[in-house]
Design a protein around this ligand. Sequence first.
Ligand code: ATP
Length: 231
Amino acid sequence: MDTILEVKNLSKHYNSFSLKKVNLTIPKGSIVGLIGENGAGKTTTIKAIIGAIQKDGGEITLFGLPFHTTNKEVMQQIAIVMEGSFFHEELSPRQMAKVLKGLYKKWNDVTFNRYLRQFNVPATKKLKEFSKGMRMKLSIAIALSYDAKLLILDEPTSGLDPVVRNEILNIFQDFIIDEERAILLSSHITTDLEKIADYITFIHNGEVILNDMKDDLIYKYGVVKCSEQQF
Ligand code: ATP
């Protein structure tokens, strides 16, 4: 099995927007970038994959098995980083680590503390005092601290300064040195994906309009651009 996550014909209908049978494949050892302009359907795709919203159609498999986000064993293997926190605002990262240790079999305090230091995230400050960027860095530190096999991240670098952004992109590349892991990452920052993605999926108005290896796209078009007109 060379694929970690497979999404087939994923659909979701809102009143004025539909995801139109989105297909995505996340091979082992790869970073797949989901690109699209604002409102293209990136967040809807990710939410439908992780079960944060009810999909209207399609199949999702993780390691070849139907992906049920209610299965606790399965959820040990994936890490989700999205805007919005699952934690109580009165908790500090150090207090969160105690909760996370109980949730994740492979939780590693040493790794977590290393990332907190690296990202300059204060370990004892309460979440309510955190900026948006700091929350994102904390979420990424958590995601990297329990040996998940698949990271799913929605716009993880948006709102971060270039130095931290680069630091995070490098960490993502280190993460997939282990060939059993993979990353699905949405962004509208094409330069970020041009730097780290192995495959790029362009989504426009709820529809995948292009899906290819990044190097092939750069070969064909010179650069990776977010605009539909490019094609
Ligand atoms: P952005 O970068 O702006 O977040 P996106 O590509 O992630 O863009 P989505 O958040 O997936 O886009 O939104 C796609 C479309 O679906 C938008 O037109 C949005 O208004 C609409 N939409 C999202 N959530 C809902 C909802 N709960 N009810 C109705 N429409 C929604």
